[in-house]
Structure formats: C-alpha cells, structure tokens
Ligand binder design. Structure first.
Ligand SMILES: [Zn+2]
Ligand SMILES: [Zn+2]
Length: 387
C-alpha cells in the first residue's frame, strides 16, 4: 500500500510499504477514505518530536471502512464506516473505566511506557502516527491502517454525513470542545481564544455553543482572522497594537472570563523563546500561554488546547496564583466526546468542515505538509481524500 512516511526533519514521502494485518484479536483493519494533517503533525515534520524513526507512517486524524476484524471485536463488522479516535485506549483499565481515556494504561507498549514514566512520571495513552514515545503505531495517512482496541476506538458514522463533516471528530473537534467545556462558561461570559488555526476556530464555535456571549480571537494571520470574524468572533490582530490592552478594553477593563491557548508549543512572536529553544534551555515556546495568563480576569480560567511536550521557561506562576486562576491543561479524552459530538453534528448544531481550506490526494500530502507549515495560500486545514 501507499503511505506518508517520515524520513527526517522537513522530509516526508509517499512510500510503498507492506499492508497492515491483524496482530491482536482486538484489532481491526480500516481502509482509509479521508485523513487530515494536524498542527501536531507539523511538530513531527519540523523535527521537534523525539523518538521518530525513518519510515514511520504519519497521521492520527483518519476515517474509513472496516475491511477486517479480529476475533475479539464484537461491536464492529466488515463494511462499517467509522471515524477512529486519534489516541488509543483499551476501554478496560482503571483510567478508561473513569473516562480518562488519555491516561489509558494499556495502549503503550512497555518500551514507550518506560520512557514516558521517566519523562512525565506516568505514561498516558498511545497515539497513532506519533513517534515511538507514544507507542510507535503506524498512522492513518495511508491506504490502510491497523486499529488496536478497535471496538472502543472506532465510532460508526451514519451514511448521511459526509467524510468532511465527521473527520475532525477524530481529534481537533473534541479538543476544542473539551477546552471550551473546561472554561465552565456562564451565559454572558467573554472568552478569548489565542490562536485561530483549526483548533482555535473550532474552540470559537464550541464556546459559542456553550453560551459565551463574546468570543475574541487573537492571531496574526489575515485569513484566520477573517474566518474567525465570519463566525462572529471579535478579532484582535496581534501584529497591531497591544493585545492585552485591547482585551481589557473589550471586557470592561476586567479581562476575559476565560482564555483558551489554542497555539501550544510552537508559538511565534517571542525571540526570547526561540533563543532558549535553540540553546536547548527549554523545549516548548509558551508565549501564547503567558499572554493568556496575563490577560485572564481574576478568578478566571485558562484552558490549554494546544499541545506541549516538555519544559517551558518564565512560566508566570505568580500571576496565576495572585489572580486565583484555574488552569485546565491536558490531552483530550477523545473517546468521551466523539459520540455526543457526533449527535450534535448529526442534529446540524455544529459542522466542523468550515475549517477545511485545502483538499488533496495521498500523493499530494508531502507538498501539503510544506504548504501548511509555511502557512502559504491561506492554509488552515488540509484534508486528503484517499479512496
Ligand atoms: Zn491532530
Ligand atoms: Zn485503558
């Protein structure tokens, strides 16, 4: 089969690789129909994620048709059309039973588990197409993919919904929804969303759905600001003027009731962090997170939807403490949100496909990585139709 493989920093290629097969009785094989490139794929593309090996198959956002099931899969049948959760959870361990699927104890093989315990104290769930630190599982930017614990990771989708309407339920829509939900939005609240990429756009929509009165989007890319404005957000261009002063002005001097960091570890705009990262004195660039903490009103919430992997410098713990902020940080419990969000999509309350700006084929994906990474051509989200 054909698959998008990682060969080094800035080097992904479409290679011919062996087809996957059932290894474990809980596995299913999915013939991929659609897949997308995520901001966290760009972290891998840019060489920031340790534990990648040449030839690793990328992609954690994908969906398709079940073509084979292991003998212990009793919820799925060949021919089912499914979306696949981007993190892998067993559904049976202490964490999965409490719907803390991102903390699954059983999906990482022992070698990844040991590294993550050293790095983080404990290992969480494995992720498709995302380095040998997170399981080393082959991803879904391919014609076929093996899905472990398929009964829990695959969610059947109704035929009347298109691939584009449901594909983003595999990762970024639940991520945006969980971030908005952790803001515990009251009617009348003002929510600031730092970063108006695909996750930020969906966070704007989810905050509105959850009752926010005013959503303010902060970014520097004109196309993203235009998309946010089209959704009814007030936009703040961070290249013009003082963002914190503008946020105060828009919120009666108090600051937003909650701030969502939808940027994560590769924030631009801080020479200080770029220097520290180059010198390996911090791994992640947290300039959006710092701004979110400074901007947030006293007693408000800062929710982190953008991914962080390592260590950051100049974390304003004093500001967070003195203002009594609630910090909600963490990987999304995708499996918890997929079905309820699918119902909302089905009921036409929500259609995440508006963030898709580019549609390509599997063969076009390497060029699409370069385009997305350079933010060329107004790129917010790339979807590849595989079959
Ligand atoms: Zn993703
Ligand atoms: Zn589990």
């Amino acid at each position: 089969m054909k698959a998008v493989c990682w060969h080094g920093k800035g080097d992904v290629r479409v290679d011919t690789v062996p087809d996957p097969s059932i290894i474990n009785p809980h596995d299913a094989i999915v013939r991929v129909t659609s897949t997308s490139i995520c901001g966290s794929d760009l972290h891998i593309y840019n060489g920031w994620v340790p534990g990648m090996r040449r030839g690793d198959i990328l992609g954690h956002e994908f969906m398709g048709e079940i073509v084979a099931v292991g003998r212990s899969c009793d919820q799925l049948s060949v021919g089912d059309r499914v979306i696949v959760m981007c993190a892998i959870a067993c559904g049976r361990c202490w964490f999965c039973k409490r719907e803390h699927y991102a903390g699954c104890d059983n999906s990482n093989p022992a070698r990844s588990q040991a590294i993550l315990e050293l790095a983080y104290g404990h290992a969480g769930a494995a992720v498709f197409g995302h380095s040998h630190l997170f399981g080393g599982y082959s991803g879904g930017q391919a014609e076929y993919v093996r899905v472990p614990f398929a009964d829990i990771g695959c969610v059947r989708v109704p035929p009347e919904l298109s691939d584009e309407q449901v594909l983003l339920l595999t990762d970024i829509l639940p991520t945006a929804f969980q971030a908005a939900e952790s803001c515990a939005i009251d009617r009348g609240d003002a929510i600031a969303v730092f970063g108006a990429g695909a996750v930020g756009q969906l966070a704007i929509r989810c905050a509105q759905l959850q009752g926010a009165d005013k959503v303010i989007a902060i970014d520097s890319v004109p196309e993203r600001l235009r998309m946010a404005a089209e959704q009814g957000a007030i936009v703040v261009d961070e290249t013009h003027g003082d963002v914190l002063a503008r946020l105060a002005e828009l919120t009666g001097g108090r600051g937003p009731d909650a701030c969502i960091d939808a940027v994560g570890r590769e924030a631009h705009g801080s020479g200080y962090d770029t220097m520290k990262q180059t010198l390996r004195m911090e791994t992640d660039r947290p300039s959006a997170l710092r701004k979110a903490i400074f901007a947030c009103r006293k007693g408000g919430t800062v929710a982190v939807a953008g991914a962080y992997f390592g260590f950051i410098d100049k974390f304003p713990i004093g500001a967070a403490f003195m203002k009594g902020l609630r910090l909600c940080v963490g990987q999304t419990h995708f499996h918890r949100y997929a079905r309820p969000l699918l119902q909302r999509v089905h009921a036409r309350e929500l259609d995440p496909s508006f963030v898709i700006t580019h549609r390509v084929t599997l063969d076009d994906l390497p060029a699409a990585y370069a385009m997305f990474d350079a933010r060329r051509d107004g790129c917010v989200k790339v979807v590849a139709k595989i079959s």
